[in-house]
Design a protein around this ligand. Structure first.
Ligand code: BES
Ligand code: MN
Length: 457
């Protein structure tokens, strides 16, 4: 029996144990944005180090950054002429709140029917485990076909603020022929997908201050300005009635789609009904002149992600708040530059801010968009693996989400990222009741086994 058949057999025999190991990792609440979870971040990193040890890795290191540590390891297949694949993952997850909307506790993984429910199941601890278990299955039956390196970071969900300098100062250590990045997903469980583009992200916090203290809205209302009102109108002015962003120069660098790209995208099974059904929206809304799938992956956006001012508790309180805050982010497309976008936001605010207010703009993330070259051997290996396991050719798609590491790897290491993942759009990423479709996850492990073998024919 050829190795790959044996490896797939091993994976099938061990599905229950693989699932248990995923549950283990999912039980650690590694929320990177929450300072109270720092010990859990450490725990998740150490969990991975133990697993890497079991995968026969060497040079396993917990490497500090100004915030959360990076886990690094190597696996040498004994043949220096074989390619080296750097496996990327992030062990951090998004916050679980609002907690009351979860049907089972977010960090107590719960299997219901074909799904496992937990924060991070789909994004992306489940995907990390799929890679590690594919690797284990191959190791269990024979020689590993390629050399491996591992880079697991703990800051992806907060925009990977320390990753670029880390990669820059470890270029030799991280040198590889390609990166395997399983942090994206598929269109549907029966549509194998290769993702070849990601949007970037520019994320800001806008803080407005009016008076030095909250004021009685009866005694003082009418003579002072209200930062909540001002913030609301600032935000309202950031987009026009046609859903176009009004920040000066915002679209200047946006590359338009080629006819070929437009034609390819029109073949994707993502029509209005798909988006209505997936989002639960009453009606869709977006810029004119583009299809829905174009809007969701190739056009830039501007969205308020959080908004706070004044009294938000039960009941009512008559107050003019002294402070208002909005978290505003833009998804960027090639060739927009996050720093230029920041300057344009600041220019817009300066032009519209009344003299009654002071304003501060904080940066939370600034990552440009990225593309993967479809003609690289890694993409071919993935394409063939997906075709074998799913019984049909994959579709090629640009994704609307962001993964900062992809561009850093390209710029600093010259490495293309092979983007895959076995989560689905309706997995409730970043939302309550995040889950992962288990039959598809098992197919994902099989796919990754084929992928590694396909790299060396
Ligand atoms: N896995 C996602 C990105 C993603 C989602 C890719 C769906 C493809 C399909 C990733 O973990 C993520 O959520 N990234 C953040 C990055 C940001 C904080 C810089 C995002 O896109 O919001
Ligand atoms: Mn995410």
């Amino acid at each position: 029996m050829p190795d790959r058949t044996q490896a797939i057999h091993f994976a099938h025999q061990n599905q229950t144990r693989f699932l248990d190991e995923m549950k283990d990792l999912l039980s650690i609440p590694s929320v990177s944005t929450d300072p109270e979870r720092i010990p859990d971040m450490q725990k998740a990193a150490e969990w991975l180090m133990v697993e890497l040890k079991k995968r026969h890795c060497t040079n396993i290191q917990l490497m500090p950054t100004p915030k959360h540590p990076i886990v690094f390891a190597e696996f040498n297949c004994g043949d220096p002429s074989r390619p080296t694949v750097l496996v990327y993952g992030h062990y951090d997850v998004q916050p679980a709140d609002p907690l009351e909307l979860w049907q089972s506790a977010p960090f107590t993984p719960d299997i219901r029917k074909d799904y496992i429910f937990a924060r991070g199941a789909s994004d992306m601890k489940g995907q990390i485990i799929a890679c590690l278990k594919a690797i284990e299955s191959i190791q269990a039956v024979g020689e590993f076909p390629v050399n491996l390196k591992f880079l697991f970071e703990g800051e992806e969900e907060i925009g990977s603020p320390n990753l670029e300098p880390f990669i820059r100062s470890h270029v030799e250590l991280l040198k590889c022929d390609m990166a395997l990045n399983p942090d994206s997903g598929m269109i549907a469980a029966d549509i194998p997908t290769v993702v070849y583009g990601l949007r970037g992200l520019a994320y800001f916090e806008i803080r407005l201050r009016g008076q030095t203290t909250d004021l009685h809205s009866g005694i003082w209302g009418g003579v002072v300005e209200n930062p909540a009102n001002v913030l609301a109108s600032l935000i309202a002015g950031m987009k026009d009635a046609d859903h176009r962003v009004t920040l000066p120069g915002f679209y200047d660098r946006v590359r338009s789609l080629t006819e070929k790209e437009k034609a390819e995208m029109s073949r994707l099974p993502m029509d209005e009904a798909y988006y209505l059904q997936s989002t639960g929206a009453r009606a869709l809304a977006g810029e004119k002149g583009y299809s829905w799938v174009e809007l969701a992956s190739t056009r830039p956006t501007l969205d308020v992600n959080g908004l706070y001012s004044g009294f938000t508790g039960e009941g009512s309180k008559t107050v003019i708040p002294c402070y208002a805050m909005a978290k505003v982010s833009m998804r960027l497309v090639p060739d927009q530059d996050p720093e230029e976008v920041r300057q344009s936001l600041v220019k817009y605010i300066e032009a519209h801010l009344p003299a009654t207010m002071t304003c501060e703009v904080l940066i939370h993330a600034g990552n440009p968009a990225s593309f993967t070259d479809l003609n690289t051997p890694g993409v071919k290996a993935l394409e063939a693996a997906l075709t074998t396991v799913y019984g049909k050719q994959p579709v090629f798609k640009r994704e609307g989400g962001s993964i900062p590491v992809v561009l850093h790897m390209k710029r600093l290491l010259g490495a293309e990222s092979i983007l895959t993942g076995f989560g689905l759009p309706d997995d409730n990423l970043h939302a309550p009741n995040e889950h992962l479709n288990l039959p598809n996850w098992f197919r994902g492990i099989d796919t990754l086994i084929h992928f590694f073998y396909n790299l060396v024919k």
